[in-house]
Design a protein around this ligand. Structure first.
Ligand code: 13P
Length: 289
């Protein structure tokens, strides 16, 4: 999918008040589950690999999987690199034909983040690709942190004025922000700072991205949609559904044929993705490009 088509997708999400779900995959089954949910609910989606997931699947193979799925139902999925922390990750994804990339320099000091992001933006735009930047660090990791609460993780919140400058200086097309969101599922619920979100939206006027979508309750998601969030990332809840299903199946010692137990894992993940698509309001939003 090209840059202009992706822009159209974000514009539509922004004017109609929903968010496009960005779901991670690292196996064919996960990719299938995400795609099946999107097709069933007629929703656009971003299918993502982190740089580690990209390395595991292989960037060309990830491209091949999403091409194959999109051939059956055209224009459903955008292939996106999630959290590319190095220029080489961005290059590897773009050279393999990813549609969109996320340059994450958020753990770096401001100036270094700008330097890395600008370099990535140049490369992405030269190749006609969409690029997301990140300012304010979204901490945690996409796993279960059941014994820790949200307040245990170090948070660097996004400052609205700095976000305005960052967007002007780098030329990113969308921006991942920290407004109290954290990767992973933690004890308790996160507290999203909506005042800050409103200010960042006013200061940047570009599509805003909420990472760490697992564990954020419906009420906070709905409010975030109305305040300018256009993309929400989900990984942990997908990983949990997938591994719990397989773990359960394999308790039965006679269960050793992947085509017997994998369809159950696909169903479990599809259910999670469908729930998120409904929460994000993107059901029936798939339009021909
Ligand atoms: P969760 O793991 O909290 O769903 O966050 C996913 C994410 O933001 C991927 O970049």
């Amino acid at each position: 999918m090209n840059y202009l088509e992706i822009r159209k997708r974000y514009n539509q999400a922004s004017t109609e008040g929903y968010a496009i779900g960005a779901f991670n995959f690292s196996t064919v089954e996960l990719a299938n589950a995400i795609f099946l949910a999107a097709v069933k609910l007629k929703s656009p989606v971003l299918m993502c690999t982190s740089s580690g997931e990209m390395e595991h699947v292989g960037p060309e193979v990830a491209r091949g999987i999403v091409n194959g799925l999109n051939r059956v139902h055209p224009d459903v999925a955008i292939l996106h690199l999630d959290h590319g922390k190095k220029f080489e990750h961005i290059v590897a994804a773009i050279d393999a034909g990813y549609d969109s990339v996320h340059c994450d320099g958020s753990a770096l000091p401001y100036k270094e983040n700008v330097r890395l992001t600008k370099k990535c933006v140049q490369y992405a735009h030269k190749h006609g690709k969409w690029i997301e930047g990140e300012l304010g660090h979204v901490g945690g990791s996409s796993t279960l942190h059941k014994d820790q609460s949200y307040s245990d993780v170090e948070m660097i919140m996004t400052e609205p004025d700095e976000a305005r400058r960052f967007v002007q200086e780098t030329g990113v097309n969308s921006l991942a922000i920290n407004i109290g969101n954290v990767h992973g599922v933690w004890n308790g619920i996160p507290h999203i700072d909506f005042k800050r979100l409103k200010e960042i939206q006013k200061a940047t006027r570009i599509p805003l991205v909420l990472h760490g979508g697992s564990g954020i309750p419906m009420g906070q998601i709905k409010k975030a949609l109305s305040f300018g969030i256009d993309k929400i990332n989900i990984n942990t809840e997908i990983r949990v559904a997938y591994s719990e299903s397989i773990r359960n199946s394999l308790k039965d010692k006679n269960m050793f044929i992947p085509t017997s137990y994998m369809p159950l894992a696909v169903k479990a993940v599809q259910k999670v993705v469908e729930t998120k698509i409904k929460m994000f309001g993107s059901t029936n939003k798939l339009r021909k490009l």
